[in-house]
Design a protein around this ligand. Sequence first.
Ligand SMILES: Cc1cc2nc3c(=O)[nH]c(=O)nc-3n(C[C@H](O)[C@H](O)[C@H](O)COP(=O)(O)OP(=O)(O)OC[C@H]3O[C@@H](n4cnc5c(N)ncnc54)[C@H](O)[C@@H]3O)c2cc1C
Length: 572
Amino acid sequence: MPRFVQPAPVLPDVYDDDPVLRSWLGRLLGADGLAAAEGRLKAVAAEVMGPLRAAHADAEAHPPVLHRYDGWGGRVDRVEVSPGWERQRVAAAEHAVVALPYLPDARERWGAGTRVVQHALLHLYGPESATFTCPVAMADGAAALLSVSDVDEGVRAAWLPRLVSTDPAVAITSGQWMTESQGGSDVGRATTAALPAADGSWRIQGEKWFCSAIDSAMAVALARPHGAGQGSRTLAPFLIPRYAADSPLAGFTTAPDSPAPGLRLHRLKDKLGTRAVPTAEVGLQDAYALPLGDPGGGGLARMMTLVVVTRLHNAAAAAAGMRRGLAYARAYAGARGAAGGRLASNPLHRRTLAGLAVDAQAAFALAAHAFVLLGRVESDGDHAADNELRLVAPLAKLTTGKLAVASASEYLECFGGAGYVEDTGIPRLLRDAQVLPIWEGTTNVLAVDVLRALSHDPGLGEAFIARLDEATALASTLWIGGAVDGLRAARFVLMDALPAAAADPRAESVVAGARDLALTMGYALACALLVEHAAATGDEATKVAAELWGRSRLTADETAVDAHRSYDVLCG
Ligand SMILES: Cc1cc2nc3c(=O)[nH]c(=O)nc-3n(C[C@H](O)[C@H](O)[C@H](O)COP(=O)(O)OP(=O)(O)OC[C@H]3O[C@@H](n4cnc5c(N)ncnc54)[C@H](O)[C@@H]3O)c2cc1C
């Protein structure tokens, strides 16, 4: 009897095989805008299908190593990264994954839609980038912060062009040092102090507990300026160069580098996932720093410019990972035999995959909407979009983070035992997904942020209900009964809960219910977005997704048979 060997799943092209992505791009960019973007998108997809997938595997197999001393006992704190990680860095620069929204010709071509195109690049590039999307997110956040008008022109001119360069020899990424061991969510407990120096620069003293992409050429760190009061509002962002001024930064990830004076890497974290990303504990002793804006005021608000961007990247990563997981699971279902046929023709397995496809569509809708808003804020200075983003950024991040972990667990199960075996590459989906609800605000912390947004501007809650009502009317016209029922059920809950949250966000009952409220809002928003997209495009798969999402997430209706019957339209 010959030994049976299951062929590894073969993935179709990640762009061509993603009708959800193309449908949204067609609507958000228009036919001409999409045509103008397709060259970039196909180029990144082609690289993902070849060299980047290999680079991803190499980076995962060879995690970073910290060399604290050289052979003579000198302190070097050098982080050795794999060629695969370096290859991902080069690709991120060349494909303008960070740079696109800052490139004048891109902004001229797509206007506010530049962020939409960037989201599509992230969607294609991210899932098999060995989580290079982490430094990408922080570099984008840093670039957005450096673009703020009250940042010193000299600092901007020195650093921003490199953050947004498409030349790999020039491009740098950034870290983001906020978390301290006594408090990650509660940044107000920060003890890192900043002292002004005679030359206009500052010196930083303190300890940072979670510093990802520590091989980056710079970091944005939160510190308390000398003499400032306690709490979070007095904290200010500072730019800390990671390397000494004479370090060969052009090849900064592979060249023997010299850390900036006063900067010590205690150790790299031994993490559950994101293993290719070097995440360090950092000590700062009189480290050189440049203030990003006036250290005397408005620092935390400026830092939020960065945080909003990284939260959106988090949502993009969650949605993209869900889509790629689906692609792998579908490919496997087409090749694997069970119960007398292919898995792809088994009603129960089809129902499982169809449910995952619906979740992936909902996550994509939330991420896409958040990028649309960001684009409108940056390009048009749109106040309404800015207001809405205050609510949508935490909602999109928290909802997609939770969905991504649940989906990743299912994707592993779709492969049976192979999904649990490291060298299939599948277990990584689950390990890497788990960071998504933790980093940049846990689910609870973001839910509290949603309360804060609602109480700051009660009009947000009213606008939210109005959007649900409009979507209900649309769904009714389109005969998407599940969405009608789901949106009505959500409205019934939110009609009282939103004003109560706005009126007293610190009330015990409001705080205790914050996560439920935020998730209901996230699910309802996703439903409304799917309905709006179905109405604008007539897309059948979106219509089906809105139907099943509304029923499964907002009314807990049974959807098994319909999901199985809709497999081809959802997953085809
Ligand atoms: C892989 C990885 C990479 C990271 N990279 C970075 C980085 O580059 N830079 C950086 O600054 N940080 C980074 N972090 C740290 C991350 O941002 C923090 O771990 C996170 O913000 C939570 O902070 P904490 O660990 O102190 O947990 P805590 O804040 O102590 O939270 C513990 C628990 O308390 C809950 N909680 C906290 N506050 C509230 C509240 N107000 N209401 C209700 N519940 C609450 C949380 O939900 C959580 O469940 C990284 C983390 C990971 C896992």
